[in-house]
Design a protein around this ligand. Structure first.
Ligand code: F6P
Length: 562
């Protein structure tokens, strides 16, 4: 008997129905959808409030009927069962045969989650308690460097998920730094070229600087190169100080903490076991800020606030697990994305926070979304015959208004935008005059945020003015957007916001039938870079290389290599 063709998402009845529905819906501009909404119900119909967030999806180019059909698609694709499988620890990461249990990292104390006979929730709380001890020692000024001085600067050496999440959250929540802690400054160095690290090395005092080596695999060359340079810098400066020589072992012991899922490799590198924080293979790198990889966050905002971040994410997990699909904010956000990518052919997505504290949010989401869902084979290894993750990029909205908004308003690409802003800000500023001015700046910012999504939607019709305009001054509008409003930016709402996007990515992966928890697409580049480095180091010849790469190498040998 011939094998039945594998069923792919685009063969599902709801997918087919959506294709037909899209033919008419594509002809209906956003402004018409709002004109048809005579009772002004569109906002109520397409917005959801959860965990301190308001999610407005009314400016998506969809109707009630579209949403109904998308919800059918979610059911046919097995989204409810998949959510259950994710949260209960099923082996959803098929290519690596393991669960993806980042949600376990934010389970409250006392919760239980048994996976393969182990209560992972208990293990998580043990690791948080160990992290808390290190944080307390550093905050109390009790962690001393090899020469006896208290540590004042911490440099996180990590890349990708071992850098972007901690950096984004640390920056976003810097206002939550507790007053009563020893003032540590935390820095981040990720790039393999050493340029960030070298800048810190030129400014920091080796006696009072500690490095955190953050690497799930502890094999990432970017991080290990920086770590080796940092170790050399410390050894050359500290072992030769003063009359009594200081041992290299003491320097490495007192100036490095390791965070990894591979304790043996940390030990091999020289990190003493009691300065090692561990996590598990079942936490994906880009989903790891919630555990020990979040050490820099806890160092900046304190452990109590770190736990508030976890509580916010957990609130979103609870909602994700229990809300019906039609009220489920991550599911709704995911469906809007599926609609845009697969039925309206909109494959560019811009993330635009209207709050300077969220400066690193889009960089963080770029990894979360594109490393998770930038895939083109299904979980069974079949080619996906439909589009998956869109190209995602972003910047602070107010600054982007003076940079790439021109393309959003008058370019040739359809782009969907996510606007993100807090509703309340600066009410805690003590000085009344400064508060008044800053709150006025906040209103200015919100006005711009709301105005931009309206203009992108309506185009020229956003203004009451029939004056004829030349073509170069016209705005066509019809660009869809989502707005996410935070009641205010707190550890809890930031936790909910990040979890909202994590779950959105998961739901989209389920519908696209791809594995969001592996990243094989980055592996070959690492291998080829290794071979290329051997040639640049003179340990191999460029024979067999293409003419372009040989030309680039020649340039290096002629101009670069002195
Ligand atoms: O190369 C990609 C990647 O593996 C990401 O998935 C990960 O977040 C990053 O590198 C860093 O990996 P590690 O934490 O193992 O150093």
């Amino acid at each position: 008997m011939a094998n039945a063709a594998p069923s792919t998402p685009d063969t599902l009845p709801a997918w087919q129905a959506l294709l037909r529905h899209a033919e008419t819906q594509k002809q209906t501009p956003l402004k018409t959808l709002f004109e048809r909404d005579v009772d002004g119900e569109r906002f109520a119909t397409f917005s959801r409030r959860v965990a301190g967030l308001t999610l407005d999806l009314s400016k998506q180019r969809w109707s009630g009927e579209t949403l109904e059909q998308l919800l059918s698609l979610a059911r046919e694709a097995g989204v409810p069962e998949a959510i259950e499988g994710l949260l209960s620890g099923r082996r959803v990461n098929k290519s690596e045969d393991r669960p993806a249990l980042h949600t376990a990292l934010r389970l409250p104390e006392g919760a239980e989650l048994n996976v393969d006979g182990e209560d992972v929730a208990a293990a998580v709380h043990e690791s948080l308690a160990q992290m808390e001890k290190l944080v307390e020692r550093l905050h109390a000024g009790q962690w001393r460097g090899a020469t006896g001085k208290p540590i004042q600067r911490v440099v996180n050496l990590g890349v990708g998920g071992s850098d972007l999440g901690p950096q984004m959250v640390t920056h976003a929540l810097a206002d939550f730094r507790p007053d009563d802690i020893h003032r540590l400054k935390v820095h981040f160095a990720s790039t393999m070229d050493g340029s960030q690290l070298v800048d810190y090395l030129s400014r920091l005092d080796p006696e009072t600087t500690l490095f955190v080596l953050s690497s799930k695999s502890f094999t990432t060359v970017d991080t290990l190169s920086n770590a080796n340079t940092a170790r050399d810098w410390l050894l050359s400066r500290l072992t030769r100080q003063g009359a009594t020589p200081i041992s290299p072992e003491l320097v490495v012991r007192q100036h490095f903490i390791g965070v990894s899922a591979c304790p043996e490799k940390m030990t091999q590198w020289g990190i003493t076991p009691d300065h090692q924080l561990r996590f598990w293979e079942w936490v994906g790198g880009r989903y790891s800020l919630w555990g020990t990889i979040g050490l820099p966050i806890a160092l900046v905002i304190g452990m109590a606030n770190f736990r508030r971040l976890l509580a916010g994410a957990h609130a979103m997990d609870e909602h994700f697990s229990s809300a019906p699909l039609a009220d489920n904010a991550p599911v709704m956000l995911a469906l809007a994305g599926i609609w845009n990518v697969n039925f309206l052919d909109i494959r560019a997505h811009s993330i635009l926070p209207y709050d300077g504290r969220l400066e690193y949010f889009s960089a963080y989401l770029e990894q979360l979304e594109m490393e998770s869902n930038g895939k083109s084979v299904t979980r069974d290894g079949e080619p996906a015959g439909y589009s998956t993750c869109p190209v995602l990029w972003g910047q602070l909205g107010p600054n982007a208004q003076h940079a790439f908004y021109q393309l959003l308003h008058q370019g040739t690409q359809s782009v969907v935008c996510d606007f993100i802003a807090p509703l309340t800000r600066y009410d805690d500023v003590d000085d009344a005059d400064t508060r008044r001015l800053l709150q006025s700046q906040h209103r200015l910012t919100l006005a711009n945020c709301f105005a931009q999504s309206r203009l992108l939607m309506l185009g020229d019709d956003a203004i009451d003015d029939d004056a004829p305009r030349p073509a170069h001054k016209r705005y066509r509008g019809n660009q869809p957007s989502t707005t996410v409003l935070l009641d205010r930016l707190t550890p809890e709402t930031l936790g909910s916001l990040i979890a909202l996007y994590e779950h959105k990515v998961f739901v989209q992966a389920v519908i696209w039938d791809i594995n969001p928890f592996d990243q094989w697409g980055v592996e070959l580049g690492k291998q080829i870079a290794g071979q290329t480095q051997q040639i640049l180091e003179g340990d191999a010849t460029p024979e067999g290389m293409d003419a372009s790469t040989r030309g680039l190498m020649e340039a290096f040998w002629t101009v670069g290599q002195k």
